[in-house]
Design a protein around this ligand. Sequence first.
Ligand code: UDP
Length: 413
Amino acid sequence: MEKKLARRRRLVLVPAPAQGHINPMMQLAKALHLKENLPVSDLKNLGPGRFLIKLAKECYVSFKELLGQLLVNEEIACVIYDEFMYFVEAAVEEFKLRNVILSTTSATAFVCRFVMCKLYAKDGLAQLKEEELVPELYPIRYKDLPSSVFASVECSVELFKNTCYKGTASSVIINTVRCLEISSFEWLQRELDIPVYPIGPLHMAVSAPRTSLLEENESCIEWLNKQKPSSVIYISLGSFTMMETKEVLEMASGLDSSNQHFLWVIRPGSVSGSEISEEELLKKMVTTDRGYIVKWAPQKQVLAHSAVRAFWSHCGWNSTLESLGEGVPMICRPFTTDQKGNARYLECVWKVGIQVEGKLERSAVEKAVKRLMVDEEGEEMKRRALSLKEKLKDSVLAQGSSHNSLDDFIKTL
Ligand code: UDP
C-alpha cells in the first residue's frame, strides 16, 4: 500500500488582547492540543522523565521546520535552550546556528548528572552504598545523586546523558553564582571544555514579568503584615512535589506543638492518599490562628517579608536561590532529583539549613522548627544566611562575578 507522507498542518489562534478573550482561546488551544501527539495526560501517564524523552522526539521535527521558516526572513544570532530541551541542539546543528545551553539547576546538579551516568556505565548503581560520600564530590553521598522518584534509573540516565551532551553548543550559561559552588563550577568547566558562565541568581539581576502558572494568593501578604518581625516559618514544596496524607498530618501536628506561626502552601492535588479535598483536610488540621494556608503564594514577596524567619522547603533550585537571596535559612526536606544535592549544600557547605531525613514524624518537625526558629543555632544560621545574601547581591551588581560573566557572554554573541 502506498504510504502517504504525513504533512504537518498548523492552527493559528488569534485572541483579542483582553483576559476574557485570552482565556477561552487558551482553553480552545488546549482542547485542540489534547488531540495531538503529546497530550498533557502523557505527563501523568508516563511520568516527567519519559515525558521529556517523548517530548524531545516529538518536537524535534516541528521545531526544525519552524526554525527553517524563521530563517527565510530573519537572521538568528544564537539559540539558547534549556538543558532538558536537548532536541534543539540537533535541530539547530543542521542550520549551523550558534547555540548555547541554559542550565536552570545548580552547577553541582549538572556535575551529579555526569557522575551518575559514568557510574551507571561502569558497574551500575545498585551496589553503591547509599550513605557513603561520592569521591571528590563532598558533601554529596551516593543517595544524594539526582535519581528520580518519577522515573526508573535507566530512564533518568538516558535523560541525563542527553542533558550532559554539549554537541555543537558554544557555551553554557548557568543560573548560579561562582562563590556558591566553586569546585562544582570548576569541575564542570573542565569536563565540558567550553566556556561556562555563572550568571545567577537571575531573579536578583533583573525584575522580569510575573510568569507564575498558578494564581498567586496575595492575601497571605496581608496576613504576614499582621505578624511580628521574624516570627513566621514559610512552608512550600514547589510546583510538583507530592505529600502523603499521613505526612501532612504529622507536619500539621509538629507545627502546632512548635508554637510557631506558619504560612503554608498546599497546592491542589498535592496530597495523596486522602478521601477528602486538601481544603477540607486542612480545615480539620489547622484550628489555630497561628497558621495561614494558601494554594499558591507570591513566593519571592513572601521570602522578602520581614515577618518571615525561615523556609521549610523541598529545596528546588529556584526556591533555594530565592531563599539565599533574602537571607532566609531553611529546613530542607528534599523529595527527588537535584533537590537532594541542594539540601546537602544548604546543610553542610553553606550551613544555612537543617535537613530532615527519614520518616516525617511530628516530633522531628517540632524539633527542626524550634532549632531554626528559637535556638541559638538558628540565630547563627540566620547570620550566615544574611552574609550570603550580601554576597549574592554583590555578584549581580556592576563588577560582581555574575554581572561580569553575563557581560563576557554577551561579548561572544
Ligand atoms: N513558587 C511560587 N509560589 C508558591 C510556590 C512556589 O511562586 O507558592 C515558585 C517559586 O518562587 C519558584 C518556583 O515556584 O520560583 C519553584 O521552583 P523550584 O525550582 O524551587 O521547584 P520546582 O517547582 O521546580 O520543584
